[in-house]
Structure formats: C-alpha cells, structure tokens
Design a protein around this ligand. Sequence first.
Ligand SMILES: Cc1cn([C@H]2C[C@H](O)[C@@H](COP(=O)(O)OP(=O)(O)OP(=O)(O)O)O2)c(=O)[nH]c1=O
Length: 191
Amino acid sequence: MKLILGSGSPRRKELLAQLGIVPDAILPPDIDEDPRKGELPRPYAARLAREKAAAVAAGEDDVVLCADTTVALGRRILGKPRDAGEAADFLTALGGRRHQVITAVAVRRGARVWARESVSAVKMKRLSDAELNAYLAGGEWQGKAGGYAIQGAAGAFIPWISGSFTGIVGLPLAETAALLQAAGWPVWRQE
Ligand SMILES: Cc1cn([C@H]2C[C@H](O)[C@@H](COP(=O)(O)OP(=O)(O)OP(=O)(O)O)O2)c(=O)[nH]c1=O
C-alpha cells in the first residue's frame, strides 16, 4: 500500500508533513478546472477534488489523496487568477468583506472514495492602493485561489477567520487525517 499525493501544491505536501506523513509519490492531476454553468462554489470544489482523485493513476491498493481549494464570494467562484490584473480584481472584490474558503478533500483507494469539505469564513480588510500594489508586486498571488495566501504577507490583511486555518491554506488536517484513517492508512502509527 502506497500513499500518493495527487497534488502539485507545495502547501499540501508541507501540511501533510505536519502529520509526519511523507507520500510515496507526488502525482499532480491534470483536469479541466472550469466551473459548470451556474455551479455553486461548494459543489464545485467537491467535484474537483473527486475528479482529481479519479485522474491520478494508482494501484488497486494504493491510497490517493487530492484536494481543491476554492474562494467563494457569495455564489461567485474565485479560482487562481490568470494574471496580476485579475488578482487585483479579486482582491478589490474581497477587501472590506467576508468570504468563504472551501477546501474539499477526496481520498481514493481502488474504486472507493471518501470525501469531505472544510468551509471557513475569512474577513479581509479593504486594501489601500499601496497595499494592493505592493502585494501584487510580491507575486504571492500566483497559483492561489482568490489571489492571496493567508500564510504569507496577506496574513496582514486578514483580521479574522472562523473555521480551519489548515483548510484555508489548502489541506484541512482534521478532515484529512480522518479520511486517510477511514481508507486504511495508518496516520497514527508509532515509529
Ligand atoms: C486561499 C488560499 C489558497 N491557497 C492555495 C492552496 C492551493 O494550492 C491553491 C488553490 O488551488 P487548487 O486548484 O486547490 O490546487 P493547486 O492547483 O495549487 O494544486 P493541485 O490541483 O495540483 O492540488 O491556493 C493558499 O496557499 N493560501 C490561501 O490562503
């Protein structure tokens, strides 16, 4: 039995390492991440996590772990910005309001799938032009849902959250540990 992390996200590898887990392989999935027409953020994240888990090639007895993080502003899905201009639009829309961060996790072993979602609320302050421009120039928005990373400089823009910090960063560890255990992966084995 191998553990395959189906993710190219360095955050997910690091969060897994917090549990002392080092995957046997890292195989980033390649799927279409376009939302369907009218699709709501939570079902969208849940669908993507499952599709990622299905797309990773693995042996019958291997455990595949995948996740998807989506930022939701009401019914609107904010994915990874295409460029700095889109990141600026996202951050301007998020500033001064509360939004949700959904991370869906899917664990697959053979044909069986265990899945859960973690939903957190995040308040971002309204950004001044100087804050926005400096943040964009720093490049941390790249590859991050909603165009920010709470674990970096954008932590200074976030006075309040309710939910799971690890979920916002990309892999909710409470849910992940429970799903891995359910799939038969010994999370708490003693060395
Ligand atoms: C909101 C937020 C997102 N993120 C990141 C986590 C994810 O890597 C990314 C959302 O994109 P995802 O599509 O969930 O993941 P990914 O494309 O990085 O990797 P893969 O599909 O191969 O697993 O945003 C942060 O690092 N910090 C944050 O505060």
